[in-house]
Design a binder for this molecule. Structure first.
Ligand SMILES: *Cc1c(COP(=O)(O)O)cnc(C)c1O
Length: 438
């Protein structure tokens, strides 16, 4: 009898249900051993979640959040106390002068576009210092021609790639900054690239470096998937704008829509004038009954993020042990919730996604298939049995059907769901003969 197993799976009640859900004994045995080895990492995630939970609670208490703040405003939304208070709660959490947190910000790309378009003017230059930005921003910037891009407004773009080892290229950055460089963009998460994710501490160092060259340069950080993973956020190290989506980490799975920008008074004022209209700014924008979910989701977010991190590390350890390349690897520190797994074959990607889909609370009976999607140059398969359409803080996976046949996996509103999803994916790969035990 092996003592080094995770008791949560062998517990007889749980075991009965895992078996009833179609998981074989060999898959359960393999996962138990891996889970046992992850105890210390999980404790670390729990400690950070505790810190972030306290941070969120302290901010809500200091702002005297009350049920009156959950009321819906309509029309112009003048004097929407709940909206204004929520923005102050965000500003406290991110340690910024101000924040813009709105259902009218439709997604992460919109929040980023808003931050850029509102703070750049014709003849300014935007400099990305973390290499190629997230795919959807290529059209916002005009890297790929698009109607309404920054380029159309005479805003130029330059880029400094990360070094081979994934660090910032200080020499490159120094020589790329010139008189017109108005804003620097940094993307924390790898997105759909294979580089490593940047830590808030590394981002902080480079912000100091940039500000020494020119203290007036605005630094914007795309913080998508990074919120509450660490003790600190990029805004703790001088980022002028920290930007993200509410259907990722900070919405805690409960926010049905929305985005945020936390930053300096000046940057947020510009963003608000652009979101609504010059002269109106933050004063208008009805919250339409969204606020309770924004508050409650923010309250839940640290725990949800910890669950997603446990799922990511569990998946990395399972698949690395089976011989697949995983990014980040089984032992690396984590600065976002995304896990990439390279299967090397289309079938690997497809079976993994089937396993995630059939473990979902919503649409579990649907079988995902690769399909041509707008904006992609190959077929893509997606698994998302989500309560909120496209929400990627919920357990989800997607993979382009092209070499190296990698799947990107993230989220899980509870650790137990993420765990079942991964166990189920392994079952599908085993059933298809892609993974063999002993
Ligand atoms: C998700 C994401 C975005 C865009 O967010 P959407 O809500 O999908 O528009 C931008 N940058 C990064 C790094 C992301 O992960």
């Amino acid at each position: 009898m092996n003592e080094k197993i995770d008791k949560s799976i062998s517990d007889s009640k749980n075991h009965t249900l895992y078996k009833a859900l179609g998981i074989s004994q060999e898959v359960l045995d393999f996962c138990e051993e891996i889970l046992y080895s992850l105890r210390e990492r999980f404790e670390e995630f729990d400690r950070k979640a505790e810190y972030n939970q306290l941070k969120v609670l302290k901010a809500m208490q200091e702002e005297k959040v009350s049920d009156i703040h959950f009321n819906a405003s309509c029309g112009y939304g003048y004097n929407d106390l709940g909206r204004d208070t929520l923005e102050r709660v965000y500003a406290r959490i991110f340690h910024t002068e101000d924040a813009l947190v709105r259902p009218q910000i439709t997604c992460g790309t919109h929040a980023l576009a808003l931050a850029l378009m509102s703070n750049l003017r014709p003849e300014d230059e935007l400099l990305s210092i973390s290499g190629k930005p997230y795919d959807t921003l290529e059209e916002v910037i005009g890297i790929r021609p698009s109607v309404g891009s920054l380029k159309e407004y005479g805003i130029s773009y330059a880029q400094v790639d990360l070094l081979e080892n994934g660090s910032f290229d200080r020499n490159g950055i120094k020589s790329a900054i010139h008189a017109n460089t108005k804003m620097i963009a940094i993307q924390r998460s790898k997105g759909y690239q294979t580089r490593r994710t940047l830590s808030p501490y590394e981002i902080g160092d480079i912000i100091s470096f940039v500000k020494e060259i020119n203290k007036d340069i605005i630094v914007m950080v795309d913080n998508c998937y990074g919120e509450f993973v660490e003790y600190d956020e990029p805004s703790d190290f001088g980022a002028d704008m920290t930007v993200g989506s509410l259907i990722k980490n900070p919405g805690g799975g409960l926010a049905p829509v929305g985005g945020y920008i936390a930053g300096t008074k000046k940057c947020i004022e510009n963003a608000a004038y652009r979101l609504t209209a010059p002269g109106l700014g933050k004063e208008v924008g009805a919250s339409l009954g969204m606020l309770q979910s924004f508050y409650q989701g923010l309250f839940m977010a640290p725990t949800v993020v910890a669950g997603a991190l446990k799922g990511a590390v569990f998946a990395a350890n399972v698949y690395e042990k089976l011989g697949f390349k995983v990014v980040p690897d089984a032992k690396e520190p984590r600065y976002d919730i995304i896990q990439a797994i390279e299967f090397g074959t289309p079938d690997g990607v497809i079976e993994f996604c089937k396993g995630i889909q059939s473990a979902a609370p919503v649409d579990s009976y649907v079988v995902p298939e690769p399909w041509a999607m707008p904006g992609y140059d190959s077929d893509v398969i997606m698994a998302a049995g989500a309560f909120v359409q496209g929400s990627s803080i919920e357990l989800s996976a997607d993979g382009p059907i092209k070499p190296p046949y990698a799947v990107y996996f993230q989220g899980g509103l509870t650790w137990y769901h993420a765990k079942l999803g991964i166990i189920n994916s392994l079952q599908k790969l085993t059933d298809a003969g892609i993974v063999k035990f002993g």
